[in-house]
Design a protein around this ligand. Structure first.
Ligand code: BJW
Ligand code: ZN
Length: 254
């Protein structure tokens, strides 16, 4: 496990605004499969092929089965020490925003207070006709594909597929956070899916100190100020321990 550079601890101790962009890798140690790479969720199909509206309309039953399978995983797993470390980090910096590409709700379950969801949430469903949000309890799969209890329209998972716009307000807040932060972390994301993938570079261009936490190289590696190679469930707790130590040595106990 890499040691945490003192420079990073100092930067964090002085920071006003910290932003953490997360991807599937932060949930890997909870048991949620990632999308790409050797352990990727979609080995047979690329995410680009499956996660789009045309694929859903062509075979809604298959796509629903797939989402119900993943939903079950997400409901059965627990947040891991990486999620928990981000909750503690809130104590040590004046402002912390988590921007997540994940749809698994694990940051919220861990207790992070300011989470921006860029790609929706797998626990919600939305009606294609009336736009209402429908809870999981209301889903009826007796005809294969669930229908809206209000208008009978087709339901879909309330997530963002390829070719679809990200939620406007969430994206606006994410850009603003990236443009104004002092320290920006890119954690457990392959950083290949846009527009989320542009956020680390935007932060860098606006003068933020950019840190990558990932066992593998990504496009962010090329410009990050510090790269911490390894699992987020190990590195993030170690980082938070260093800040806790630094703050207590400097008598800034909250
Ligand atoms: C660990 C670890 C451990 C492992 N600890 N780390 C500009 C340029 C080029 C293309 C585009 C562009 N702008 C838009 C596009 C098109 C497209 C796109 O980006 N395509 C690229 C693939 C080329 N983007 C879109 O279509 C987006 N919409 C959009 O831009 O709207 C405007 C528009 C409309 C019409 C036309 C053009 C523009 C929408 C993107 C939606 C993405 N949706 C998904 C599915 C969500 C629902 C679901 O879950 O089913 O989001 S795809 C999937 O990828 C999911 C993820 O959030 C996303 C990112 O993946 P992530 O999180 O990075 O996971 P992995 O698996 O890729 O990486 C895991 C990482 O963890 C790895 O690096 C590991 O090493 C690491 N890891 N263990 C730490 N223990
Ligand atoms: Zn409806």
């Amino acid at each position: 496990m890499p040691n945490i550079p003192e420079k990073l601890v100092r930067r964090l101790a002085e920071a006003e605004k910290v932003v953490v962009l997360t991807g599937a890798g932060i949930s890997a140690e909870s048991g949620v499969p990632t999308f790409r790479g050797d352990d990727g969720l979609w080995k047979k199909f690329s995410p680009e092929e499956l996660a789009n509206f045309d694929a859903f309309m062509k075979n809604p039953q298959m796509v629903w089965e797939w989402y119900q399978y993943r939903r079950k995983i997400v409901e059965e797993v627990q947040p891991n020490p990486g999620h928990a470390a981000l909750v503690e980090l809130e104590k040590w910096v004046p402002s912390l925003v988590v921007i997540t590409q994940n749809v698994d709700n694990l940051h919220q379950r861990a207790g992070s207070r300011h989470v921006i969801e860029l790609h929706g949430n797998i626990l919600r469903n939305r009606c294609l006709e009336c736009g209402r949000i429908v809870t999981e309890k209301e889903l009826d799969f007796s005809d294969g594909v669930p229908r809206c209890p209000h208008c009978g329209g087709m339901l879909r998972p309330d997530v963002v597929w390829f070719g679809e716009m990200l939620p406007e307000e969430a994206l606006r807040q994410a850009y603003e956070a990236a443009e104004t932060c002092d320290v920006f972390f890119s954690v457990g994301t392959s950083a290949v899916v846009y527009p989320a993938a542009s956020l680390p570079e935007i932060a860098f261009q606006h003068g933020a100190f950019v840190v990558e936490v990932n066992p593998e190289p990504t496009p962010v590696t090329d410009f990050a100020h510090i790269v911490l190679r390894g699992k987020s469930g190990e590195i993030l707790p170690e980082l938070v321990a260093e800040i806790r130590k630094f703050k207590s040595e400097n008598q800034q106990i909250p």
